[in-house]
Design a protein around this ligand. Structure first.
Ligand code: SF4
Length: 583
């Protein structure tokens, strides 16, 4: 390790911006030791340590198959397109030790060929925009090797059509699908099986783990291959992401999508009878009624009075459960069953069981909550989510993850609490773990400037946008653009972007206008540009040099104490005699 990272070593001879970073060498040595000893390791490595190279080098030298899981797509791209090719070139200049590396995104980033072909047979598109998107996707499908939507730079991030065509697992027929052999997910799985390094994000990792656990590790469950070593970068997000995949969520949208998919399939296959139409109608009506009765409120809030709610609305709940059972029985009684019918039965059964859990479970390690989104504009529809999230994921992670792995390395710039990892270990169920805290390589006091406007109104007030836009404009004039302006909500981002449009003399880029990787590349290549974005650009973005000289954020992205999951965890920590505030 020393010979690689030290002055005069291989890194100094191959990296254009080489600096000796003692923390980077220490981290690489700690990772190498953890891999050799088959121990877990937590490393807090301050900004500027160069932690990706510090774990990649020992991983490559170990010769083990490894999954690297990150919090953001930005970091995945940095690893795949920059850091690993750089190391390959430095270590194997004659391509003698070429690595097999694969980069897997969440399934919803890939096209489902079956859905596209079904739509081609029976085009049901709404509006000119969908027709235009359909044409672009259909033409691209013939040429793409990966099915990854990032290749379709012209497709807006929020495309409604893409949502109907993506390869999400709940609608996938698996090996029974007629397009299985040519499926992009099958291909990704094959590539992963042949790879030395598999790059994923935490969402894909935990979605896969939850699927494997639910199917008791059946050999064909999940798409990630079995490995003994996992590196979790940006590991501060593990508890939240794991919680969301080991929880349960039922929404009115999920109910509607099931009805829509059943109807479309039966129509295509000429199997739509009067009795199934009746079952679908009843299912839709009862779902609509049940969700309309849920307690009022916007955003995320706790569903604390479930028992009282059921006492008042038990009939409507039972009616919805009955309508799901009727739909299941109608589908099971179909005289001939195309393969997707089995998938619809499974989806309806899952909804029925999960709805029962959400309304009736008394599990003390679960927080039950509601999320209400949308509903804006004339006739805007609400999306309502009934959710159950484990309060403490430690026992789950201990048994189904950390006890099974030989070595897990958890790293981030922010992991330690009070200089140690006791809190982290307890929240994640990590035992027998080595620990390392490294300071940042940067001297913030002399290299950076922090400005907090003392006079701006509360970001939640209507006056904020106008006053903040004015201040942002002045800051950007001082820095000559070259900035990220980041927001905690899309609404605030769009509002302030519109206010500054035409007011700035610098090129302005807006998240959502193109895939993030395209926007970031444009930002890097366009002098003095300003990128307006949201939380996905908070971390994992690497823009070197003066091109990014200023980062403006509208408010600190702290966990809100009133958030139902945060509140439940705070209560649980306090009850255990801890003090949640300091943790
Ligand atoms: S296997 Fe699943 S994801 Fe792949 S094409 Fe078929 S249904 Fe779509």
């Amino acid at each position: 390790m020393y010979q690689f990272f030290a002055p005069g070593g291989l890194l100094s001879r191959t990296h254009p911006a080489y600096e000796f970073r003692r923390g980077q060498l220490q981290m690489a040595q700690a990772v190498e030791q953890a891999l050799e000893e088959k121990r877990h390791l937590i490393v807090e490595a301050g900004t500027g340590t160069g932690k990706t190279l510090a774990y990649l080098l020992p991983v490559i030298r170990s010769g083990k198959r490894v999954i690297i899981s990150t919090g953001t797509k930005n970091l995945q791209e940095q690893l795949f397109y920059k850091d690993i090719p750089f190391l390959e070139q430095a270590l194997f200049p004659n391509a003698e030790g070429k690595l097999n590396v694969c980069y897997m995104k969440g399934r919803n980033n890939y096209l489902c060929r079956k859905k596209l072909y079904d739509l081609t047979d029976e085009p049901v598109l709404s509006g000119l925009e969908e027709i235009e998107h359909y044409r672009a996707i259909a033409a691209w499908e013939k040429a793409t090797q990966t099915g990854d939507r990032a290749e379709l730079a012209s497709l807006p991030e929020a495309s409604a059509l893409w949502h109907k065509l993506d390869a999400r697992s709940d609608t996938c027929l698996g090996q029974k699908c007629s397009s299985w052999e040519r499926c992009f997910i099958t291909e990704m799985h094959r590539r992963a099986l042949e790879s030395d390094i598999i790059i994923v994000n935490h969402h894909l990792f935990f979605a896969d783990l939850a699927i494997k656990q639910a199917s008791e590790y059946a050999p064909d469950a999940g798409i990630l291959p079995e490995v003994g070593t996992v590196i979790f970068d940006e590991a501060q997000e593990l508890e939240d992401v794991a919680g969301s995949y080991f929880g349960v969520s039922v929404s009115n949208t999920r109910m509607d999508e099931l009805c829509r998919d059943v109807e479309g399939s039966l129509q295509r296959n000429k199997l739509l009878s009067a009795s199934i139409s009746g079952a679908l109608k009843s299912q839709r009506e009862r779902s609509q009624l049940f969700f309309s009765l849920l307690p009022p409120g916007e955003g995320r809030f706790a569903f604390e009075n479930r028992r009282e709610f059921l006492e008042e609305n038990g009939e409507e709940f039972m009616a919805l459960q009955q309508s799901l059972l009727r739909l299941i029985s109608e589908l099971e009684n179909l005289p001939s069953k195309p393969e997707e019918i089995f998938n619809f039965v499974r989806r309806a059964q899952e909804l029925q069981v999960q709805l029962g859990f959400l309304m009736e479970s008394e599990d003390r390690n679960t927080v039950f909550w509601i999320e209400r989104r949308g509903g804006r504009g004339r006739g805007g529809a609400w999306n309502l989510f009934l959710q159950a999230t484990p309060i403490d994921v430690a026992p789950i992670l201990k048994t189904c993850l950390f006890d099974k792995l030989e070595c897990a390395v958890l790293t981030s710039a922010t992991l330690a609490v009070g200089g140690g990892f006791e809190y982290m270990r307890r929240r994640l169920g990590l035992e027998h773990v080595r620990e390392l805290v490294l300071d940042s390589h940067f001297d913030y006091a002399s290299q950076a400037m922090l400005y907090v406007p003392p006079d701006l109104p509360d970001p939640r007030t209507p006056q904020f946008a106008a006053r903040a836009s004015d201040r942002i404009r002045r800051l950007l004039e001082i820095t000559r653009g070259r900035a990220f302006v980041l927001f905690t909500s899309y609404a605030q981002m769009n509002d302030i972007y519109q206010r500054l449009l035409g007011e700035l003399e610098f090129p302005m880029l807006l998240q959502g206008d193109a895939p993030k990787s395209v926007l970031l590349e444009e930002f890097r290549l366009t002098p003095h540009s300003v990128l307006f974005g949201t939380s996905s650009l908070w971390q994992g973005v690497d823009v070197q040099g003066e091109q990014l000289s200023c980062v403006i954020i509208d408010r600190l992205p702290f966990a809100v104490p009133s958030d139902p999951i945060v509140a439940a965890r705070v209560r649980a920590i306090d009850a255990e005699c801890g003090n949640a505030f300091f943790q």
